[in-house]
Design a protein around this ligand. Structure first.
Ligand SMILES: [Zn+2]
Length: 326
C-alpha cells in the first residue's frame, strides 16, 4: 500500500528520521480519478511515484454511478480529484463538496476552452496525416491550419473529451502541473512522465489518423452522444445517435425515428456500447443489412493503469475500421 493515512504518514516520517537517509522518501499525494481513461492518464503521470484511486470501475456508466464506501474514504483522504466535470460525472459534483472539500478539484473539461488549438493541438503533424475523405462540412477546412479561438463554450459540449488524443495531451499537461504544485517533492518524475506521454500521444494521434483515413466518409450511428471529439479529430462521419441521454432508454417515437434513419440506407454501421443494454440495438437493426459493432468509450473490461488509454483508443479504431470498411 503506497497510500498511507495522514497520521500514519507522520509516524512513518518520524521513524524515518531515525533511520538511514535512503528510507526518507516523501509521501506521494493522495490522488483520486473519476473514470478509467482519466485514471489512466493520471497513472501515467504518476508512474514511479504512486497510483491514483479509481471511482467508476468495470462496466459502470459515469452518467449514473453510485459511490462505494471505499470511494468515500479515498475522497476524504484526497489531496487532488481529477474528473471531467459535472457534465459527465454528475454524481461527483455534490460528493466532492461533501467529502473532499479540502482537496484540489480539477475539472479537465476546462482543457477544451484553454487548449492552445483544439484541433491542431500542440503542433501535431495534422497536415501530414490529413485523411483523404471528404470534409464533413464547409466550416471544417476553415478550422484547420491556422490559430483560431475555437469556441465550444456554448453549453452543450460533448463531455467525452478524452476520445480526442490531442485533448488527452492537454489533460496530461494540466494533470502534471497540478501534481507538481501539490507534490513538489516528485516534480522531476511528474515532468519526465509528462514529456514521455506527450510523445506517445502524438504518435498515437498520427497512427490512428492514418488507420482511419480510408473510412472517414462511411456514415455510422452510435448508441449515445459520446463521439463528437473523436469524429472531429479524425474526420469521421457520425450520422446520428440512438439516445441523447444515456440514463434513459429512448421512447417509442425516438426508436421509430432511428429505424427510419437506418432504413434509408446511408448508414453503414450501428455501434452499441458495453455500458448499455445491447438488446435495443438488436431491435433497431433487425431485418436490415446494417452492420453492427461495439465502441467502448471507457475501457470497461480493460485493466486500469497507464496503458489503458492507448489500448482503448486503438481498440475503438479497430472496431470502426472492421465495421466501416467496404
Ligand atoms: Zn457518455
Amino acid at each position: 500500500m503506497r497510500k498511507i493515512h495522514k497520521a500514519a504518514g507522520a509516524v512513518a516520517i518520524g521513524l524515518a528520521l531515525a533511520s538511514p537517509i535512503q528510507t526518507l522518501a516523501a509521501e506521494p499525494a493522495n490522488v483520486v480519478a473519476s473514470i478509467k481513461p482519466i485514471h489512466s492518464l493520471v497513472a501515467g503521470v504518476m508512474e514511479g511515484v504512486g497510483e491514483p484511486h479509481l471511482i467508476v470501475r468495470g462496466s459502470g456508466s459515469p452518467h449514473a454511478h453510485s459511490l462505494r464506501p471505499s470511494d468515500a474514504v479515498a475522497l476524504q483522504d484526497a489531496d487532488v480529484v481529477f474528473w471531467v466535470g459535472p457534465e459527465l460525472e454528475t454524481f461527483l459534483e455534490g460528493v466532492i463538496d461533501a467529502l473532499a472539500a479540502d482537496a484540489r478539484s480539477v475539472t479537465l473539461m476546462d482543457v477544451v476552452a484553454t487548449a492552445p488549438d483544439h484541433h491542431d493541438g500542440h503542433g501535431t503533424h495534422h497536415a501530414e496525416t490529413e485523411p483523404g475523405g471528404e470534409p464533413v462540412d464547409a466550416a471544417y477546412d476553415e478550422d484547420h491550419g491556422h490559430d483560431h479561438d475555437h469556441d465550444h463554450a456554448h453549453g452543450d459540449v460533448d463531455p467525452h473529451i478524452w476520445l480526442d488524443p490531442v485533448l488527452a495531451e492537454a489533460m496530461v499537461g494540466v494533470i502534471a502541473e497540478t501534481l507538481v504544485a501539490v507534490d513538489p517533492a516528485h516534480a522531476e518524475t511528474y515532468q519526465r512522465n509528462r514529456a514521455k506521454l506527450i510523445i506517445a500521444l502524438d504518435a498515437l494521434t498520427e497512427e490512428l489518423a492514418a488507420q482511419l483515413a480510408p473510412v472517414t466518409d462511411q456514415p455510422f450511428m452510435v448508441f449515445h452522444d459520446a463521439y463528437a471529439h473523436l469524429a472531429d479529430r479524425f474526420d469521421l462521419t457520425v450520422a446520428g445517435v440512438v439516445t441523447v441521454s444515456p440514463e434513459r432508454p429512448p421512447g417509442a417515437a425516438r426508436v421509430q425515428a432511428v429505424r427510419d434513419d437506418l432504413a434509408n440506407g446511408t448508414v453503414v454501421c450501428l455501434f452499441d456500447e458495453p455500458q448499455f443494454d445491447p438488446r435495443l440495438v438488436e431491435t433497431l437493426t433487425e431485418g436490415t443489412r446494417i452492420r453492427r459493432g461495439t465502441l467502448d468509450p471507457l475501457g470497461a473490461d480493460l485493466d486500469g493503469g497507464p496503458d489503458l488509454y492507448q489500448a482503448l483508443m486503438r481498440r475503438n479504431a479497430i472496431a470502426l475500421i472492421a465495421c466501416l470498411q467496404e
